[in-house]
Design a protein around this ligand. Structure first.
Ligand SMILES: CC(C)(COP(=O)(O)OP(=O)(O)OC[C@H]1O[C@@H](n2cnc3c(N)ncnc32)[C@H](O)[C@@H]1OP(=O)(O)O)[C@@H](O)C(=O)NCCC(=O)NCCS
Length: 181
C-alpha cells in the first residue's frame, strides 16, 4: 500500500517470527518513555516470544506489521479481552507506531487491516483502553470507528502518578453462526 504522505511504500502484512526484535524495540520505547502502556519494565526478545506466538493468521487474535523499506515501523494486534469464557466474542485491540514513522498514516493503515480481518471471524466487539492523555490514540480510534464508553479513573500507576484509562468500543459484523449474536 503506498503511503502518499511519505512517498515510501508501506506494506501491511501478518507478523512473522522474524519481526520480533523490531516489535520489541518499538514496544520497549513506549514502555520506557511513556504512560501509554502500563508495562513498566522493558522486555527481552525471548520474554516477548509467547506474546508473538499467541497470534494466528486466522481467527480472533491477529498481529499485523507495517513494513517500510524492509523495516517494521509499527504493529496492531487483537487479543483476548479477559480470560473467562463469556468474553470469547470480545477482543482488545492496540496499535504502536515507532516515533520516527508517526503521522504518516501508518496507524490508520494498520487498524484498517486489523479491523477488516476481524469481520466474520467470531468477534462481536473490539475494545481499546487508552491511558490519558493520548490525543493521537484518541483521534486514531475515533477515526476508525471506535466510540468512547467510559473512563476508569486513576487505574494505572506509573512514573510516580496515577493515570486514567478511557475505554473505546467498535462494533464488528454480526457473527451469529459463530455463537456471537
Ligand atoms: C497512536 C499512534 C498509533 C498513531 O499512529 P500514527 O501512524 O502516527 O497515526 P496516523 O498517521 O495513521 O494518524 C491517523 C489519525 O490519527 C490522528 N492523529 C495521529 N497522530 C496524532 C497526533 N499526534 N495528534 C492528534 N491526532 C493525531 C489524526 O486524526 C490522524 O489522521 P490525519 O493525519 O489524517 O489527521 C501513534 O501515535 C503511537 O504509536 N503512539 C504511541 C503508542 C500508543 O499510544 N498506542 C495506542 C495505545 S492505546
Amino acid at each position: 500500500m503506498p503511503d502518499i504522505r511519505s512517498g515510501v511504500e508501506t506494506r501491511i502484512r501478518v507478523a512473522t517470527d522474524g519481526d520480533l526484535p523490531q516489535l520489541v524495540a518499538i514496544y520497549n520505547y513506549f514502555v520506557n518513555s511513556s504512560h501509554v502502556t502500563f508495562d513498566t519494565s522493558a522486555f527481552t526478545v525471548e520474554q516477548r516470544r509467547p506474546w508473538l506466538q499467541s497470534f494466528a493468521a486466522t481467527g480472533r487474535y491477529r498481529l499485523f506489521v507495517a513494513e517500510v523499506a524492509g523495516v517494521a515501523a509499527g504493529y496492531a494486534s487483537s487479543q483476548r479481552l479477559r480470560p473467562k469464557p463469556a468474553y470469547d466474542c470480545s477482543v482488545e485491540t492496540t496499535v504502536y507506531v515507532a516515533p520516527e514513522y508517526a503521522r504518516r498514516g501508518i496507524g490508520a493503515m494498520l487498524y484498517d487491516a486489523l479491523l477488516a480481518s476481524l469481520e466474520g471471524v467470531g468477534v462481536h466487539q473490539a475494545f481499546a483502553g487508552i491511558a490519558l492523555p493520548n490525543d493521537a490514540s484518541v483521534a486514531l480510534h475515533e477515526a476508525v470507528g471506535f466510540r468512547h464508553v467510559g473512563t476508569f479513573p486513576e487505574a494505572g500507576f506509573k512514573f510516580d502518578r496515577y493515570w486514567d484509562i478511557a475505554w473505546y468500543v467498535r462494533r464488528l459484523a454480526d457473527d451469529r453462526d459463530r455463537g456471537c449474536p
